[in-house]
Design a protein around this ligand. Structure first.
Ligand SMILES: C[S@@+](CC[C@H](N)C(=O)[O-])C[C@H]1O[C@@H](n2cnc3c(N)ncnc32)[C@H](O)[C@@H]1O
Length: 328
């Protein structure tokens, strides 16, 4: 079994997130606990503001290795943090359950989702996320899940594979790539490793496009294996429903497919509908239930990017739950 490195994952936009989220005592939820870097920042900020006493952090991750590593990192706050293995798709139920166990109101003051995979997952060859590391074609964040990338690559037909590579990788050569994959497995049997898949892709790509194509195909398979976009929609709506009045949710996305979903759901939930023009209603037909704290996504500074290249593609969006009766 792989042992976590010392530096499991450098948290992105940490100062910005703690400054925007941590304002009052209450329940804080880190839906993507990873190595616990953001959670540690949130707990320290609560302590520095004198809010630690009335606060609880709920850390969620579907990866058992992440939970082990985060438990170590957060050991100084053991009594103030509850770590749960689960999918953030179930954020509402998890908050309700933990709050009931602790005798708290099931409403969160702050929620964070730092999407995608951690550096640890990417850098661990046995997890099979990276075309740069020789390992089994796996890509499951939840190691108890049944569907892996190996299953997809070896059982889907050419059309289904092409659709996934096009939709989730936005790869223009999706058809020729899926044709090459299917031909390869017909001739040589199952494709078992990241290196085997990468070499099939390399064989049909020009030198100038190969890196982009490899990362797009690997991204597409990862998204499909973990149903990343589907669960994100549910987590955003469940998270908003779980926020206390005035509570905030922060989401960091790393590619345009994720960011588009976050942007659209936030805009929808913020919009009030005033019905047809000219009717002159005093109240909207439906009221927006959140306001957007960040009109445009916040990006990492050049200094942060120079220290942590992963921050380059990060986009942070933050919303605030409105008080009943206050419209967007
Ligand atoms: C970018 S990392 C988070 C790193 C973390 N912020 C830190 O400071 O170490 C994303 C983490 O979220 C987890 N994750 C991704 N999607 C998830 C989901 N649907 N449910 C639960 N955990 C998820 C991954 O397993 C991974 O550990």
């Amino acid at each position: 079994m792989a042992t976590p490195r010392d530096s499991y994952h450098d948290p992105v936009l940490l100062e910005e997130i703690t400054a925007l989220l941590v304002r009052k005592p209450g329940i804080y939820v880190d839906g993507t606990l990873g190595g616990g870097g953001h959670s540690l920042g949130i707990l320290r900020a609560l302590q520095a503001a004198g809010h630690a006493g009335g606060s609880l952090l709920i850390g969620i991750d579907q990866d058992d290795e992440a939970l082990r590593s985060a438990a170590e990192k957060l050991s100084e706050f053991a009594g103030r943090a509850v770590l749960v293995q689960g999918n953030f798709q179930e954020i509402e139920e998890i908050i309700r359950r933990v709050a009931a166990e602790k005798g708290l109101r099931p409403k969160a003051e702050g929620i964070l989702l730092d999407l995608g995979v951690s550096s640890f997952q990417i850098d661990t060859p046995e997890r099979g996320f990276s075309y740069l590391r020789q390992g089994p074609l796996d890509m499951r964040m939840d190691r108890g899940a049944t569907l892996s990338a190996r299953e997809l690559v070896n059982t889907l037909d050419e059309g289904e594979l092409a659709r996934i590579i096009f939709r989730y990788g936005e790869e223009p050569r999706s058809r020729s790539i899926s044709r090459a994959i299917v031909r390869h497995r017909e001739k040589n049997g199952e494709i078992e490793t990241t290196e085997e898949l990468a070499s099939i892709i390399r064989a049909i790509c020009g030198r100038d496009t190969v890196i982009k194509t490899l990362s797009r195909v690997f991204q597409a398979l990862r998204i499909e294996v973990n149903r990343e976009l589907e669960v994100l929609r549910e987590a955003l709506l469940g998270g908003i429903a779980s926020l206390d009045d005035g509570g905030r949710m922060a989401v960091i996305s790393y590619h345009s497919l994720e960011d588009r979903i976050v942007k659209t759901i936030f805009a929808d939930q913020a919009r009030s509908d005033w019905g047809p023009k000219g009717v002159g209603l005093r109240e909207p037909v439906t009221k927006g239930i959140i306001s957007q704290v960040t009109r445009k996504p916040m990006l990492a500074t050049p200094e942060e990017i120079s220290l942590n290249p992963r921050a380059r593609s990060a986009k942070l969006r933050v919303i605030e739950k409105l008080y009943e009766g206050r419209s967007a």
